[in-house]
Design a protein around this ligand. Structure first.
Ligand code: NAD
Length: 714
């Protein structure tokens, strides 16, 4: 029996209900067979009045089979292209049937799923916020190769289609309707099939309803074809704008733009073939392998709870105490209240706590102004946050998160003062950026319930939480922190204790290598622009100005006090430069009188003092070496974290590096980078860099071990 259920009713309407093996429908071999068979059968059907494509799954259709895409390797181009054409053929035949074909979209249809919908003459979707429509292939380094690029361009016009294709925008049915991507919505699932049938009946004999716009004679692409003067400016500017955005590091958007323009230039069927060629090229690139591995497979692993201890019942947080209503505390209060959790936001004075709560008020007011939230809902969320200056208000909290100054004595003091207010099984989390959790836990009378919950700034935007287990942290405490992170809709990575954990420690090497290049006499602007050239969001010097050198100086002091300084990395140059900036020149970073740069009128200029002190016009380090130094330092530190057990899984290292540190997306994270760079080649390049620039580039032995095993970082 086919996995596509085939039913013909008395009115001559065939309903095809897709119900593949497993939880979702996907474009794999099983689909290919079922679709080819189904289309052939429909073509033979006598007294046919229309066709409906429906789904028996919760999602309409999940898209391409990413396992197949990951497995395709250079040399397989011809067979891959053949498979693609075999997928596209039946879709083209479907849209050429002499009767209307309707997509009855009951749930999310992304990628290949939406491409099936696009090959139907009429698209009706269930109007629900859980239903997402769109073509997000670009976010995995791919292009919509099932006709998505070509049909979207023909449907919406080049200009309107580009954001959906280049940015992979996903939209709810209401928005898709407004954009012209679908034709109709229904308010309940029960209405879906009856509406589809009603549409077919209402259009019996209407020839136009059975022909796609692009197959009708005299069809013109909305907004004109590629030679239209109206598009001349777009076509001239788009490649440059795209290159500025991707910095030439991401082949997928370039291919998509190329295919989209071709779709507006050549005939429909030729365009489909160009699109197949585009996907065939992309699927073999290391960037696509990296992005699929990390952003799909490893992300699912992490959000699915692979790093959560098994066998512990879900731990719902009901009341959280947030200590410190500064930059981080106010953000933590906001995300917690948004997730329906009661919050006690405590600072040293009620005034300070109320200022912290005002942050939530400000963010919610913006939502209300944009029509994304009702005034009632806003009031309800605000009412969940109780500002306070009293420890007694923490009574009954099942979670406390500390976000006071990065000062070990202060943290110790408040641990002792507040711990007793927790529920019996309550856990106490520190949002410290660097301080070892095991050592902080010495001040706790219940170290098993003590854990690190490290947020990133700004808390409301940054999607990651780094959970740090101290030596005595229990599995239950970890499960509770993990579930809390999911409750506030963040992605949690779980790491073991170390100074700077995984993210701060690895990011520190980026600052350090930047500072070393300054000390070696390189021009600061060049260092920053080469940092961006590898795909980091900002250069190492600019980002250190943002984080603040003053904070780093204080951190060094604290580490010395705790006896943990210099436990990793080599930071002598960084210390020298920080001392030069902060102690000698009173420059502690962007918000502390400037750092490497001066900040005036919203812009920044290089501070001449740094040039006078360090710049040497004769200094020569090849650009490629600068780029690799900035990248490899971070990759090597990540490998060391894996080798020493700070990182518990490769997935945590990849997701943590992209979402917490800003590792370039094309790498798929700092560990995945090594896989596609090639382990042996990585070892060789490390040796070259170590030879020229020092031992910090020595390749961690875990790479050699993987080579011997014949495996990779998975
Ligand atoms: P902040 O200076 O903005 O806020 C600290 C707040 O703590 C202040 O409002 C202060 O009044 C309050 N406070 C001090 N003593 C207190 C006490 N005894 N009880 C209650 N409140 C008290 O600092 P921040 O940037 O929010 O950082 C807080 C913590 O988060 C630090 O440990 C920091 O390392 C960590 N962190 C910061 C970032 C970041 O990007 N800023 C990122 C991750 C982690």
């Amino acid at each position: 029996m086919s996995v596509f259920k085939y039913e013909k009713d008395a009115d001559g309407i065939v309903t095809v209900t897709m119900d593949q093996t497993g939880p979702v429908n996907a474009m794999n071999t099983e689909y290919q067979l079922a679709m080819a068979e189904t289309v052939a059968r429909i073509e033979q059907e006598a007294a046919l009045s229309g066709v409906i494509f429906a789904s028996a799954k919760k999602t309409f259709f999940a898209g391409g089979d990413l396992n197949d895409l990951l497995a395709a390797k250079p040399g397989d181009e011809a067979s891959f292209m053949e498979t693609l054409e075999a997928i596209k053929g039946p879709l083209r035949r479907l849209e050429k049937l002499p009767v209307p074909v309707v997509a009855a979209i009951n749930g999310t249809a992304l990628g290949g799923g939406f491409e099936i919908c696009l090959a139907c003459n009429y698209r009706i979707a269930f109007n629900h916020k859980s239903v997402q429509l769109g073509l997000p292939e670009v976010s995995l380094g791919l292009l919509p190769g099932g006709g998505g690029v070509v049909r979207m361009v023909n449907l919406l016009g080049l200009q309107a289609a580009l954001p959906y294709l280049l940015e992979g925008m996903k939209v709810v049915p209401e928005k898709a309707l407004a954009a012209g991507m679908i034709h109709e919505t229904v308010q309940s699932l029960e209405e879906l099939l009856p509406r589809a049938k009603a549409y077919i009946k209402a259009n019996a004999g209407n020839v136009a309803a059975a022909i796609q716009p692009w197959d009708q004679s005299g069809f013109k692409i909305p907004g004109g074809n590629a030679s239209s003067p109206k598009l001349a400016q777009l076509l001239m500017a788009a490649p440059a704008m795209l290159a500025a955005k991707t910095r030439g590091l991401l082949p997928a958007p370039e291919q998509i733009l190329d295919c989209a323009v071709e779709a507006a230039r050549v005939d429909f069927d030729t365009a489909l073939r160009i699109e197949s060629r585009g996907l065939t090229y992309l699927v073999m690139t290391p960037q696509a392998k990296n992005m699929i591995t990390t952003f799909f497979f490893q992300m699912n692993e992490i959000n699915g709870g692979a790093s959560r201890p098994q066998g512990i019942a879900p731990q719902l947080t009901k009341k959280v105490g947030v200590l410190g209503a500064g930059m981080m505390g106010q953000g933590i209060a906001y995300v917690s209240a948004m997730a329906g959790i009661d919050v006690v936001l405590k600072d040293i004075s009620l005034d300070a706590a109320e200022r912290g709560k005002a942050y939530t008020e400000k963010l919610l007011a913006k939502r209300v102004a944009k029509g994304r939230m009702s005034a009632d809902e806003k009031a309800k969320i605000l009412a969940r946050i109780m500002p306070s200056a009293e420890n007694d208000d923490l009574d009954g909290c099942d979670l406390i998160i500390e976000a006071v100054f990065e000062n070990v004595e202060l943290k110790n003091k408040i641990i002792r003062a507040t711990e007793k207010h927790l529920d019996d099984d309550g856990i106490w989390g520190s949002n410290t950026s660097t301080l070892p959790i095991t050592q902080l836990a010495l001040a706790s009378s219940r170290p098993a319930n003590f854990i690190g919950i490290h947020f990133f700034s700004p808390v409301d935007k940054m999607p990651l939480v780094e959970i740090i287990c101290g030596e005595q942290t229990s599995d239950t405490a970890l499960a509770k922190a993990f579930d809390y992170a999911r409750q506030i809709r963040k992605t949690p990575i779980v790491v073991n204790d170390s100074l700077g954990f995984f993210t701060s420690r690895t990011f520190g090497t980026y600052f350090d290598e930047g500072a070393r290049l300054v000390v070696e006499g390189m021009h600061p602007s060049k260092i920053d622009s080469l940092g961006k050239a590898i795909g980091m969001p900002v250069g190492p010097l600019t980002v250190h100005d943002e984080v603040s050198q003053e904070l780093s100086r204080k951190a060094f002091e604290t580490w010395e006090q705790m006896g943990v300084a210099d436990k990793w990395g080599e930071q002598d140059s960084l210390r020298t430069v920080i001392e030069f900036l902060t102690v000698k020149n009173g420059r502690g970073g962007r918000h502390h009188n400037g750092g490497y740069y001066d900040y005036v009128d919203g812009g920044k200029t290089l501070w001449p003092g740094v040039l006078d002190e360090y710049y040497c016009s004769n200094a020569q380090v090849p650009d490629d070496d600068i780029k690799d130094r900035l990248l490899f330092r971070q990759v090597i530190e990540t490998l060391k974290c894996l080798e020493s057990g700070v990182l518990r899984t490769v997935a945590d290292g990849n997701i943590g590096s992209v979402m917490g540190i800003g590792a370039p997306v094309w790498t798929g994270g700092f560990l995945q980078f090594v896989n596609t760079y090639g382990l042996e080649k990585f070892q060789r390049r490390c040796a070259e860099l170590a030879d020229k620039y020092g031992d910090r580039f020595s390749c961690p032995s875990i790479v050699g071990e993987k080579i011997l095993e014949g495996s990779m970082f998975r």
